[in-house]
Design a protein around this ligand. Structure first.
Ligand SMILES: *[C@@H]1O[C@H](CO)[C@@H](O)[C@H](O)[C@H]1NC(C)=O
Ligand SMILES: *[C@@H]1O[C@H](CO)[C@@H](O)[C@H](O)[C@H]1NC(C)=O
Ligand SMILES: *[C@@H]1O[C@H](CO)[C@@H](O)[C@H](O)[C@H]1NC(C)=O
Length: 164
């Protein structure tokens, strides 16, 4: 189920919704036309669990903010979701990104206008056509250098600030 549908249901029940300051949509920049100019949307995969997929729709785009170096999503509740990264523990060339209930993992910073995970383990973000029927965000592991599926493209993640 698209996460935005659940959020809408939950948000309509909430008495008041307090927006965090400096919220932004996360928008891709890529040399691949099919992966360029897309927004990160959380695709619900289980209780408190979501995968970041990419959409052309600003209405479905998540609202994100940086809390120190945690990259969090405002879901219109008193708790937030946070970016988590699958560990580089299995000699894979790229790994999962998830947006799950909680703060997520630290280490996200803005460098030259792009949101990066500031770690020597990572060489950046990938977008690949995947199993939710939409491009999905992954992170590229620095230690491995494999040929990627043809649908995968490197993407930069930029902030599109939401005026309130
Ligand atoms: C920011 O992080 C602090 C602790 O790391 C947490 O207590 C606080 O709730 C977070 N704020 C938001 C708006 O998520
Ligand atoms: C990125 O990480 C390095 C090493 O920990 C640190 O020196 C640097 O200040 C960090 N960059 C940013 C923009 O936080
Ligand atoms: C990755 O592999 C390709 C093909 O074998 C090679 O051309 C390229 O130099 C490698 N890159 C790195 C960073 O090792």
């Amino acid at each position: 189920m698209l996460f935005s549908q659940i959020v809408l249901t939950a948000a309509s029940l909430a008495a008041s919704v307090i927006a965090a300051p400096n919220e932004f949509r996360i928008k891709t920049v890529s040399s691949s036309a099919s992966k360029n100019g897309l927004y990160v949307e959380s695709y619900h995969t289980g209780a408190g669990l979501a995968d970041p997929v990419l959409t052309t729709s600003t209405a479905n785009a998540g609202k994100f903010y940086l809390n120190n170096t945690y990259l969090q999503q405002d879901i219109g509740q008193e708790f937030s979701y946070g970016f988590e990264l699958g560990g580089a523990t299995n000699y894979a060339g790229w790994e999962f990104v998830e947006v799950n209930a909680g703060q997520g993992v630290p280490g996200f910073v803005v460098q030259n206008g792009n949101i990066v995970w500031n770690s020597t383990e990572s060489t950046g973000w990938l977008a690949c056509d995947w199993w939710h029927g939409a491009p999905q965000l992954f992170w590229s592991v620095a230690y491995e250098n494999f040929t990627r599926p043809i649908s995968c493209s490197t993407v930069s993640l930029t902030q599109e600030f939401i005026s309130s």
